[in-house]
Design a protein around this ligand. Sequence first.
Ligand SMILES: [Zn+2]
Ligand SMILES: [Zn+2]
Ligand SMILES: [Zn+2]
Length: 315
Amino acid sequence: MSSILGMINIHYRYEDSPGLRHSCGVCGTPLNHPRARKSCITRHTEPCIAFHHTLFRVGRGHSCEPCNKSREMHLKRHRELLETIRDIHGKMELKTPIPSLSQIEELIHGYRHENLGANRTALDRAMIRDVERREKLSADMDRRPPATMDNELLREIAKKFGIIVKGKLPKDLQVSILRLCERLVKDIDTLCNESRETMKRQFGYYRYADKRSFNVLLRRIDPNNTEDLLEITDDEGGNDGDDDEDDEDDARQPAPPPPPPKRNSRNRPPSRTTGPMTITIVPNAPRDGPLPPRTPNHPIGTPLIRKEDREEERY
Ligand SMILES: [Zn+2]
Ligand SMILES: [Zn+2]
Ligand SMILES: [Zn+2]
C-alpha cells in the first residue's frame, strides 16, 4: 500500500491553480487572497469530489463539469466493453448471461461509483483501489502493458465476464479478444491516472485549507508515513477569519515572547500585556517626596517679560 504514495505528488500547490482566480460567490473576496483561506474556503465554498480547480458554493460541488465529463467518458468505455463482451459471447456461443453495465463496473474495479455518493472515506478507498488495480496489471506505471490474455488480471476479469480462452482461436475471435484486452487496459489505466491526479489535487487542497484532512488521507494511504504529516497549530482548529494573513510557514512559528515588564523609579506594578498592546496599571499612590511648587499661570493679557527687559527694569 505504501508504494502508492510514491505515485502521487503530495506537494502540489492547489492555491496556484487557476480556480482560485475567481471571487467568492458569497462575499466577493478574491479566492487567492490570503484572507479567503479562512473566511471563504471551506466556509463559503466547497470543492467537487475530485478536487477539480473550480470551487463551488457550498452544496453545489456536484455540478462540476470535469467530473461529469469524466463520468460520461467512463460510462462510454464501459459501453464499448459491453459491446465487445456481447460480440465475444456471440462468437463463442456462450450460454452464460452477459453482464450489465453496472456489473461490468463492479467486476473490473471492485466497486460501483454510484454507491460511493459523496462519502469521502469510500471515495478515498476507491481511488486507492484504482491505483492498486493498475499496479496489478503491470509494475511499470508509465507504460501501458501489452493487452493480451497472457496478463493474469485480464484473464481473471474476462473469466468473470464468462469468457474463458483456451487453445487456438479462430481469427475473428482472436481480434475480438484482443479488443477486449485493449479496452480493459485502457479503462483501468485511465481510471488510475484520474485517481492519481485527484489525490494530487486533494493533497494540495488539504495542505492549503484543511491540514487535518491532509493527515487523515496520508494515514489512509500509508499509516507508516510520519515524515510527511503536517503540523497543526492551535489557530487552525477554530478559525474566525479576522486578521490572519499568515501562510503555513508563519503559522508554524511560535508567537514572539511578550516584552519584559517595564519598571521605573516610581515603583509601578509590572505591566500586564494583552496581545501587542501593553496596558500599564498606575496606582493612585502619592509620589516619592513633595511635589514642586506649582508656578502660577500668567493672567491673560499680561505681556511676557524677557530677561533683558527685567535687567533694564532694575535701573
Ligand atoms: Zn466568501
Ligand atoms: Zn470535479
Ligand atoms: Zn471502468
